[in-house]
Design a protein around this ligand. Structure first.
Ligand code: PLP
Length: 402
């Protein structure tokens, strides 16, 4: 490998995030390529038998098998460390692989987890159904209510799990206050940072111990590959996380790591433009629909907290229509530019009806508790010209009588 400053943390830590996103973590082969190489290899060869033995003993640096390490994946991991301000990172096949591995490596039968009730649908299934099957006790609280976190603590509480802004209701959790409560109880705080990305929010600065990502969303940002990441202290990643994932194997493929690595080069540009667009679209919609939630607008009940934690209002808008599912589906069907799609964080603007798609697996009572009504729609704002997005929403709203 050719030496490259992208691997020298003393140098890369001093760079600003936009520079880190382009150059952080880069390793060069002896060819000296400027763009990162894709190492599609499952294994590695050794010069002699003793070298193999030394690597397996952990006495010699180097890779042994791509379930454990891969150069392309390692470049992405280092870049994500720099962007989130973490000591260590491991990239995973999907966001859910990241969430489930980070929870399962830390929790054992008899432990207790407290989680915010408003979260990505599959994360709720992990909390409500899968972890309890393995003897983990779970309590779900209104994440906005700091006292509810304190009240939910038990002597066996090992972890707090939250998402902010939360999918799809855009609840904001006061990370610093909740982290203080968790640490007081000796529990770790894990934050799903998929909706904000490190461009808008860096949870470690607010006391998080673990940050988990779906890289499928804004990080790839072009709707191509799935991916995820878990970030934390080096000791926790080595002793707790890797003890689980070395043998369960949720590692990201080198090809997908490369796609995300390339995408990170434009993350800052894309996220900031999408946030700008979302602000314009939200301001238009606010005057046209009965109720709307967007953290960047003063009308969001937690606007001040959102602005303390985030550098911008995000790219997701939640809107509420009075006519229930027929009117919500009617608006979706009338769209001509914005796609009906349950993905988020794409360069294309996408709209979905959470009650019948992403959160259909959450029982109705749970959905209502989270604020997911039949008249609610979630809009992920992309990179199109906001004038075209507003024109599309305007004609679709007219068609449903709004
Ligand atoms: C999409 C998403 C996930 C899951 O990620 P996948 O890559 O789809 O597995 C988790 N959390 C949030 C907030 C998400 O938006």
């Amino acid at each position: 490998m050719k030496k490259h400053t992208g691997q020298n943390r003393q140098i890369t830590r001093s760079w600003h995030p936009a520079t880190q996103a382009v150059r952080g973590g880069t390793m060069r082969s002896e060819i000296g390529e400027t763009s990162e190489a894709i190492f599609l290899t499952s294994g590695y060869a050794y010069d002699n038998a003793e070298e193999a033995a030394a690597r397996f003993r952990g006495e010699q640096p180097g890779m042994t098998y791509s379930r454990l390490q891969n150069p392309t994946v390692a470049m992405l991991e280092e870049r994500l460390c720099l962007l989130e301000g973490a000591e260590a990172c491991r990239a995973t096949t999907t966001g859910m692989a990241a969430m489930s591995a980070a929870l399962m490596c830390q929790l054992s039968a008899g432990d207790h987890l407290v989680a915010a009730r408003a979260m990505f649908g599959s994360c709720r299934v992990l909390v409500d159904t899968i972890l309890p099957r393995f003897g983990v006790e779970t309590t779900v609280v209104d994440g906005r209510d700091t006292q509810a976190w304190a009240k939910a603590r038990k002597p066996n509480t090992k972890m707090f799990f939250l998402e902010t802004p939360a999918n799809p209701t855009l609840d904001i959790v006061d990370m610093a206050a909740v982290a203080d409560i968790a640490h007081d109880a000796g529990a770790l705080v894990m934050v799903d940072n998929a909706f904000a990305t490190p461009v808008l929010q860096r949870p470690f600065e607010f006391g998080a111990d673990i940050v988990a990502h779906s890289a499928t969303k804004l990080m790839d940002g072009q709707g191509r590959v799935l991916g995820g990441a878990v970030l934390g202290r080096e000791k926790w990643i080595n002793d707790v996380y890797l003890a689980f994932t070395r043998h369960t194997g949720p590692i990201l493929s080198a090809f997908n790591a490369w796609v995300i690595l390339k995408s990170l080069e434009t993350l800052d540009l894309r996220v900031r433009r999408a946030v700008e667009n979302a602000g314009k679209v939200a301001a238009f919609l606010e005057a046209r629909v009965p109720r709307l939630l967007y953290p960047g607008l003063a009308s969001h009940p937690q606007h001040a907290l959102a602005m303390r934690q985030m550098d911008g209002g995000g790219t997701i808008i939640a809107l509420y229509l009075d006519g229930g599912r027929p009117q919500a589906h009617g608006l979706l069907d009338a769209l001509q530019l914005i796609d009906i799609s349950n993905n988020v964080g794409d360069s294309r603007s996408l709209m979905t009806h959470p009650a019948s798609t992403t959160h259909a697996s959450v029982p109705e009572a749970g959905r209502l508790e989270m604020g997911i009504t039949e008249g609610m729609l979630r809009l992920s704002v992309g990179l199109e010209d906001p004038r075209d997005l507003i024109a599309d929403l305007d004609q679709a709203l007219r068609q449903i009588g709004l």
